[in-house]
Design a binder for this molecule. Structure first.
Ligand SMILES: Nc1ncnc2c1ncn2[C@@H]1O[C@H](COP(=O)(O)OP(=O)(O)OP(=O)(O)O)[C@@H](O)[C@H]1O
Length: 800
């Protein structure tokens, strides 16, 4: 394309010089040989437009194909590995049976029969496989799922073979252990093959959270502990404070004053010091819609697992999670977004959980992971979590209306009553006994958790003397916990009073006082948030995650894929730029008196507006995902740098696309290269500005700013140059420096008598010919400063 543009321009100048005595562009002169020149120029123009259009059509239609082909190849290698693992497991079983038969002659007949039967079922085997198996029989089957001794697993097929072999082995073991019945669980827990993770026990004592400003307690005197290797369910009526409780456990509460203690492994430490081994699954499915299921999981595993873990181990973990969450069939499907349908809602929910499971957490906190899932999917998920618990993971999750089977799969239950008080916290096995002891019996054919929630909601009246308000007090007395002062009267069976609310009413409720309190609270909340974002707590997790450089590489891979998938959008951006270049190039006539400044003013507005709006997408589309990843300890710097690096591609291409049209139709005096350099600096600068808008504002506000700012700044930059204030203001506006650079690159090409015109025009603008480089430096500097501001805002204003 560059060759075509250059060639076209050289040609046009050549024809121009043939008949021209003046240095003015040929299109303006009658002395040029118009017929020949125009014919050739139009031919080149047509070729240029055709080649650009072809390129864009190719991008538009084939971008998805590249990734799809790659995925297909990977899927083939994976399927082959899975097949091989199954065959090897089969062979191993047969070999074992044969060995047992040899040891025990009485069993010989049975073993022979089973061998014959196995052979009959594997009729389809190829001779090659059969010969392989005969070798296997001589030596006994190779140890599946184990890395070949002395060899590193390098190729993808080796890694997949290892991963699937291991999974098959685990499956066989699970089956032997009777689908996780009690005895099965015990024997699996004793199995040395299951590796245990570092343990995190979280104990909380008199935990109380009070909303700042409102002085409202949303969690009150909660005591107890959640333990490693156990699955705890948090239940309670709507608004009881379940999410608040989980946030407190995960160290994510902002805008609240916390009293009471949270002890990690018996020590008074912040849970944030264990961030690298804590998984938090939010209520909403915050996953990347334009990545496949596997890509979402792989990225999380790569960035959050130990940097020293071999690749094969990481693949094994991912495969295990995919298998246990039942996502095999959709592993290569895009998760999907609101606009583009992807996997089902239930599957997306499982991916949301899987993203945390693949980082091998020691503490896994889940906010309503089963909401919206059918009973079978919920059970599948819970079984996957139970398997995690076997490795020593401490799992705590909010659930709504679990089925009886699910309810029985929990180890512990935390029942919260309205007001954030505890009604029960302990083993699921003892809950019915406890409630029966206080006269709350579960009616026949009613699921116990449903009955307790109905009682706590006030839908069902307990068939004893106890009131709903007394349930938390009963629990405190049962465990010997201190009862808060204002609840003491409930111990005697007195009805509850709203004493604390009355106290609140007695305070000065004037408007100014309220306003002042609100402002104070908001400032405090912001301060808390900033402190949280900048608190550099020590790391007790004992896990070294990949360095910023390595994470940057992972981000580059991920963003590259995402960009390829949205290449149609990019192609559309380029097409709009192409049209803008053609329109403005035609409309803006070259004028030597003004050194073509009008056409360049249009160019500055159009290019900065279009490039800003498209650059907004880099940071405004996946803000929630960023907040989640950053809270999980993934590097913000790597994230920012990778996105910026990817955008450099646009910084190089977009000016080229715009100029290919603008330069062709406008044909200014300056060279294509000079124009291109100025436009590259402009795009670099405005891209940085777009980052700031995207990070600071919501999507719609950021778009508005991106439209408004180029227009306003261009107006300021072109205001009366006699005014010192405007001149001073103008030097902070990027359009001023861009316009100057464009005009100077044109002015440098004036010669002969035209120098006089140039001098008068330049002195009128207040430009100096030697300032061209300075203008470019200022533009780049502005771009760099904007990036610093954007990064600062990104890490400062992120939400937990
Ligand atoms: N930051 C906050 N500002 C104001 N109120 C809050 C805040 N956080 C929690 N609350 C209040 O605390 C109470 C408990 O909220 P929470 O979200 O924990 O309830 P929940 O039990 O998870 O409810 P649900 O089951 O409906 O999701 C609610 O009344 C809520 O309005």
């Amino acid at each position: 394309m560059i060759y075509l543009i250059k060639h076209f321009h050289v040609l046009s100048r050549h024809y121009c010089r043939q008949g021209s005595t003046s240095q003015k562009p040929c299109f303006k002169l009658a002395t040029c040989n118009p017929n020949t020149a125009n014919q050739n120029i139009h031919a080149y123009g047509a070729i240029l437009i055709a080649s650009l259009s072809l390129l864009m059509i190719m991008i538009y239609n084939c971008s998805d194909q590249v990734l799809a082909t790659r995925e297909k190849r990977q899927a083939k290698s994976r399927e082959a590995a899975a097949r091989h693992a199954k065959e090897t497991t089969h062979a191993r079983e047969r070999w074992k049976t044969a060995r047992d038969a040899a040891k025990n002659p009485k069993m010989g007949l049975t073993a022979q029969l089973s061998q014959t039967f196995s052979r009959m079922t594997s009729k389809k085997e190829t001779p090659a496989k059969a010969s392989g198996k005969s070798k296997e029989k001589k030596k006994g089957p190779s140890k599946i799922g184990q890395a070949p001794k002395g060899k590193q697993l390098h190729t993808q097929s080796q890694i997949f073979k290892y991963a699937y072999g291991q999974i098959e082995k685990e499956k066989a073991m699970e089956q032997n252990n009777q689908n996780l019945t009690f005895s099965g669980v015990i024997s699996m827990a004793q199995d040395t093959e299951i590796k245990s993770r570092p343990v995190i026990e979280v104990a909380f004592k008199d935990l109380t959270l009070t909303l700042k400003g409102k002085h409202k307690q949303i969690l009150r005197s909660v005591s107890g502990k959640i333990m490693p290797g156990r699955v705890s369910a948090v239940m309670g009526p709507s608004g009881a404070g379940k999410t608040t409780f989980l946030s407190a456990l995960a160290g994510k509460t902002t805008g609240c004053t916390r009293t009471g203690l949270i002890l990690i492994n018996g020590r008074n430490e912040s849970i944030n010091t264990y961030k690298k081994i804590t998984g938090f699954v939010p209520q909403d499915d915050v996953v990347h819609g334009n990545l496949t299921v596997e890509e979402n999981l792989r990225f999380s595993a790569r960035c959050r697992l130990s940097a020293y873990m071999p690749k094969a181990e990481k693949v094994l973990i991912i495969e295990r999670v995919i298998e246990s969450l039942g996502l095999q069939h959709v592993r290569d499907s895009l998760v999907g977004t609101v606009e583009k349908r992807g996997i089902s809602g239930g599957q997306r929910k499982r991916v949301n959980v899987g993203v945390e499971m693949v980082m091998e957490p020691s503490l896994l906190i889940l906010d309503e992971p089963t909401t919206g899932l059918d009973s079978a999917s919920s059970q599948l998920l819970l079984r996957a979590l139970r398997r995690e618990a076997l490795e020593g993971v401490n799992i705590c999750m909010v659930v709504h209306q679990p089925s009886y089977t699910m309810y029985k799969m929990f180890d512990d239950m935390i029942l919260l009553a309205k007001g954030g008080l505890t009604a029960y916290h302990g083993s699921v096995k003892k809950i019915e006994e406890y409630f029966a002891g206080i006269g709350i019996m579960v009616p026949d054919r009613v699921n116990p958790p449903d009955h307790y929630i109905d009682v706590l909601e006030g839908i069902v009246k307990p068939n004893s003397d106890i009131t709903i308000e007394q349930l938390p007090v009963r629990w405190m007395l049962h465990n010997g916990y201190p009862v808060p002062h204002d609840m003491l009267k409930l111990c005697d069976g007195l009805p509850s009073s709203s004493g604390s609310a009355g106290q609140g009413d007695s305070t000065d409720n004037s408007f100014s006082n309220d306003l002042w309190q609100d402002v104070k609270t908001n400032v405090e909340i912001q301060k808390d948030q900033l402190q949280d974002n900048y608190s550099n707590s020590q790391d007790n997790s004992n896990r070294v995650t990949p360095t910023v450089g390595r994470q940057y590489r992972y981000f580059m891979g991920r963003i590259g894929k995402q960009r390829l998938r949205e290449a149609r959008l990019q192609a559309l951006d380029l097409l709009i730029l192409l049209v803008a270049g053609a329109c403005l190039g035609t409309l803006a006539k070259v004028n030597d008196e003004t050194i073509s400044s009008l056409g360049y003013t249009y160019t500055i507005i159009a290019v900065s507006l279009l490039c800003k709006i498209s650059a907004l997408r880099s940071f405004s589309v996946d803000k929630l995902q960023y907040w989640r990843e950053s809270a999980a300890g993934i590097s913000s710097l790597a994230h920012f740098m990778a996105k910026d690096t990817m955008d450099h591609l646009n910084t190089i291409i977009k000016p080229l696309v715009y100029l290919s049209m603008f330069y062709f139709f406008n044909n200014p005096r300056s060279s294509f290269e000079d124009n291109y350099i100025v436009l590259v600096c402009l795009v670099y600068c405005v891209t940085g500005m777009a980052y700031v808008f995207a990070i600071l504002y919501s999507a719609s506000a950021a778009q508005l700013m991106s439209v408004l700012v180029p227009v306003v700044l261009t107006l300021i930059a072109n205001q009366d140059r006699d005014s010192i204030v405007l001149k001073y203001l103008g030097s902070f506006c990027y359009p001023k420096w861009t316009l100057e650079a464009f005009v100077l690159s044109n002015a440098q090409r004036y010669s002969g008598v035209w120098v006089v015109t140039r001098c008068s025009s330049l002195s009128q603008y207040g430009y100096d010919l030697s300032d061209w480089v300075l203008c470019l430096i200022v533009l780049v500097l502005m771009g760099v400063i904007c990036r610093f501001i954007a990064y600062f805002c990104m890490v400062t204003f992120k939400k937990q």
